[in-house]
Design a protein around this ligand. Structure first.
Ligand SMILES: Cc1cc2nc3c(=O)[nH]c(=O)nc-3n(C[C@H](O)[C@H](O)[C@H](O)COP(=O)(O)OP(=O)(O)OC[C@H]3O[C@@H](n4cnc5c(N)ncnc54)[C@H](O)[C@@H]3O)c2cc1C
Length: 426
């Protein structure tokens, strides 16, 4: 029987180091109001330290310079990295680069890996994952961006939306319809598109958490591709297989998202508790008011349950693979996003107007947390997935299986002899 919630001491030591490093070296960068260029300059020496400690790009297998930790250990690391939005970049596992490197590892040719993946892993290139089209992001079967082969080149035309880092990236991985007559899930392919080829126009979007697009780590863009030409060999994976590839990219990546949210929750929860024991109102500390105690207790339980659900999903991926864990992978998305929102919300409430002000990081965390219910597929879509998959295990019945009179009649029939003997003995 193996049912063990402990972390082996060698990996716990690495987590301890990461915890201290993120707190001491990365938290201070958060309050310097750095732009992207300044942040990258200050992050470079920190990235070297992460590499020295063997935690750089830890999501990759040993053949690609990672450690092959598996999803469970990675989940524990991401819980720490999630406490600062700057940390994943410093640790070489920043979305969308981490997922794109995995895509190139899974589906790239030797040449593609050489040209795009290795420099990406070394932090010398930045990338974008260009999939969503406005108004149809949750139903990719409706995407219209297309590419056709013409004289040994793909000619790409279409408009993508909310593409992370498109304005800063050196290349985009674009999902485009290349097989218009194929069944819906086999119409699209992935293309590697260098950012400097003619015909690409990007417009940076203002976001709820970044209205002036000054975020040091990300930009988000609308991207127009107009007759963009790339060589035929820039096809990533097989023709018509973009859907299947995207699933491979998103499944384990969701563990990382969700564990990072747990990290954010913990930081907000620490602020909540610290505030609760620090101020007194109406004759006593906040910590002694029952409502605040309920929040502390409920938040702690919510964080712990989301954490265990996510780690169990990671464990299941490690044991039986991502496709066997699809229900759990969908479940952690909406459950984690809800817990994230609720914990930050209560932490703000306990701080009152201070929590609403930019003198605390909570308001920024709250605005960013709102996106979690939308990106990586809106929560509603994941709920549909979970419900559909669970309901498949049930059959319609004329009478409920648990119907008491029916069960009683069956039980009387089954135990008739015993009951008659018992009656006779009375
Ligand atoms: C911060 C952030 C970063 C992102 N980064 C990237 C990126 O790097 N690359 C990229 O390609 N995309 C990215 N996206 C886009 C993201 O993938 C999409 O926003 C997401 O898939 C939803 O698509 P949509 O916004 O077009 O919503 P729509 O498809 O327009 O859906 C709108 C709403 O409809 C409802 N809905 C949809 N389906 C159902 C259903 N089956 N049942 C009930 N209700 C439903 C939901 O409430 C949903 O929010 C990012 C988004 C955000 C917010």
């Amino acid at each position: 029987m193996t049912w063990d919630f402990s972390t082996e001491p060698e990996f716990e030591a690495k987590l301890d180091w990461a915890r201290g490093f993120v707190r001491d070296e990365i938290y201070p960068l958060e309050v310097l109001d750095l732009d992207h260029t300044e942040f990258r300059r200050l992050a470079a020496p920190l990235q070297r330290q992460v590499k020295e400690h063997g935690l750089w790009a830890a999501h990759l297998g040993p053949d690609l310079g990672g450690q092959g930790y598996g999803q469970l250990r990675l989940g524990l690391l991401h819980e720490i990295l999630g406490t600062s939005e700057l940390a994943p970049y410093v640790f070489g596992c920043q979305a969308p680069d981490s997922g794109n490197a995995e895509l190139l590892a899974i589906a790239g040719t030797d040449e593609q890996r050489q040209r795009w993946m290795h420099p990406l892993l070394e932090g010398r290139l930045l990338s974008a994952f260009s999939m969503t089209e406005q108004g149809t992001g949750s139903d990719p079967r409706q995407f219209t961006t297309s590419a056709r082969l013409e004289g040994g080149e793909w000619v790409l035309t279409g408009r993508k939306w909310f593409v992370g880092n498109a304005s800063r990236a050196d290349f985009h991985i674009v999902m485009a319809v290349t097989e218009p007559d194929a069944p819906p899930h086999h119409r699209m392919s992935m293309l590697i598109v260098p950012a400097d080829v003619p015909g690409i126009e990007t417009r940076e979007l203002g976001l709820m958490n970044d209205p002036d697009h000054r975020n040091p780590v990300w930009s988000h863009c609308e991207v127009a591709y107009q007759d963009v030409r790339v060589p035929a060999e820039n096809l990533l994976g097989a023709r018509g297989e973009a859907f299947a590839l995207a699933q491979k990219r998103l499944g384990p990546g969701r563990i990382h998202h969700c564990m990072r949210w747990i990290g954010v929750c913990r930081r907000a929860f620490d602020m909540l508790c610290e505030r609760a024991v620090s101020i007194s109102v109406h004759g006593g500390p906040l910590a002694e008011k029952q409502t605040v105690q309920n929040w502390v207790a409920d938040c702690a339980a919510a964080i712990e349950s989301a954490r265990l659900l996510t780690l169990h999903t990671a464990w299941k991926i490690d044991q039986v693979g991502a496709s066997a864990a699809r229900t759990e992978i969908a479940m952690i998305k909406y459950h984690g996003a809800t817990v994230l929102h609720d914990v930050i919300d209560r932490a703000i409430q306990v701080h009152g107007s201070l929590g609403f002000s930019t003198d605390m990081p909570l308001e920024q965390m709250y605005r960013w947390a709102r996106a979690a219910r939308i990106y990586d597929g809106p929560d509603e879509v994941h709920r549909v997935t979970v419900a559909r998959r669970l309901l498949k295990g049930y059959q319609p019945v004329p009478v409920p299986t648990e119907h008491v009179p029916t069960r009683r009649a069956a039980a009387l029939e089954r135990f008739r002899d015993h009951l008659e003997l018992a009656l006779a003995a009375r």
